[in-house]
Ligand binder design. Structure first.
Ligand code: PBG
Length: 329
């Protein structure tokens, strides 16, 4: 070997697209995508969400049409968020058998059968008048254990309505164990739990709160129950607890700014790991693309591939529909 040449020529395997495909370590497929969808009670036609371009608050009818479209594109799952017509202190709409998500689940099940996996977000914030993810105690804090009682009721209502998977997102301690026991006790042993296990108190949820109609009372925040962005060991502890309590899938949220967390979680558990590419991440991408500052489609794929590379088995993303379309096209 001559000293004038490098020992190993790394560029040999980068010469053509076919060579690059042959040696690619990561693949992104439509099977990886989960589409978040919003369904709103008491509206006659879909309502656009300006901060989440391309997305709407659906009527039950338009939701069914969109889920059919996603299923025909090969998207394996949707995750549902409900907007009730009325909110109250306990978020009663979340567990009401005729509440918006329960109605939506049974309609989707009726129209789509098992063509697409039905995941329901399990939380109270869309249903409470104060906008917190749990019940408020007399001292004004979010009451962990009282909230678990409500989550059990919501889980059973969603299971009865047809959810394949419930996805607790409130970050209460013990929520996965409480929900698992409520599901099992009511005969829903086959309903799985996708745990928002490492969910950070992020500023990237803004457009979601527009879409879901959530405002936290008195300019409040969720830092007393969601995780501190400065911590990663804590995320591993959260994940270990959720797996021990019976989580079937664990999730890291948000995604891009937390790829280190995702990678560490993926190497620490043997259950599938999901990443939530959240509303603010999507909105930033769309805003820059709209200005012509980045190539939106290329950056979208690069970001999703990065999540796969870091260890995500599934990705919840507002890009699901458009990326599935591109992959089918
Ligand atoms: C809570 C919930 C939130 C999101 C998903 N589930 C909002 C929050 O924690 O405040 C955010 C998702 C996103 O930003 O895309 N029900």
């Amino acid at each position: 070997m001559s000293a004038a040449f490098p020992a190993r020529r790394m560029r040999r395997l980068r010469r053509s697209d076919a060579l690059r495909r042959l040696v690619a370590e990561t693949t992104l497929s439509v099977d990886d995508l989960v589409a978040p969808l919003f369904v709103r009670e008491a509206i006659d036609s879909p309502v656009a969400v300006p901060s989440l371009p391309g997305h709407v608050q659906h009527t039950v009818a338009s939701l069914v049409v969109e889920a059919k479209r996603l299923a025909s594109l090969g998207v394996p799952a949707v995750v549902l968020f409900g907007l009730p017509a009325r909110k109250d202190a306990t978020g009663s709409g979340a567990s009401d058998p005729s509440g918006i998500v329960q109605v939506a689940l049974s309609e989707l099940r009726g129209h789509l059968g098992e063509e697409i996996v039905l995941i329901s977000d399990l939380c109270l914030d869309e249903y409470t008048d104060h906008g917190h993810c749990g019940l408020i105690a007399a001292d004004g804090t979010v009451d962990n254990d009282a909230t678990l009682g409500r989550y059990k009721e919501v889980a059973v209502a969603q299971a009865v309505a047809g959810a394949d998977i419930v996805a607790p997102s409130g970050m209460m301690d013990g929520q996965v164990g409480a929900i698992r026991s409520a599901l099992d006790a009511s005969g829903h042993t086959e309903v799985a739990i996708l745990a928002y296990a490492a969910k950070y108190a992020s500023a990237l949820y803004g457009p979601f709160r527009d879409a879901a109609g959530v405002a936290i009372a008195d300019g409040g925040n969720r830092r007393a129950y969601q995780q501190d962005p400065r911590n990663v060991a804590e995320a591993l502890a959260e994940v270990a607890l959720d797996v021990a309590e019976g989580a079937d899938i664990v999730m890291v949220k948000p995604a891009l700014a937390y790829l280190d967390v995702l990678a560490r979680v993926a190497s620490s558990v043997d259950v599938p790991v999901a990443a939530y590419h959240v509303s603010g991440e999507y909105a930033m991408l769309k805003a820059a693309a709209e200005r012509g500052w980045i190539d939106g489609e290329a950056v979208a794929i690069e970001h999703l591939v990065a999540m796969k590379r870091a260890g995500a088995r599934a990705i919840l993303t507002y890009l699901a529909g458009e990326v599935a379309e591109a992959m089918n096209g």
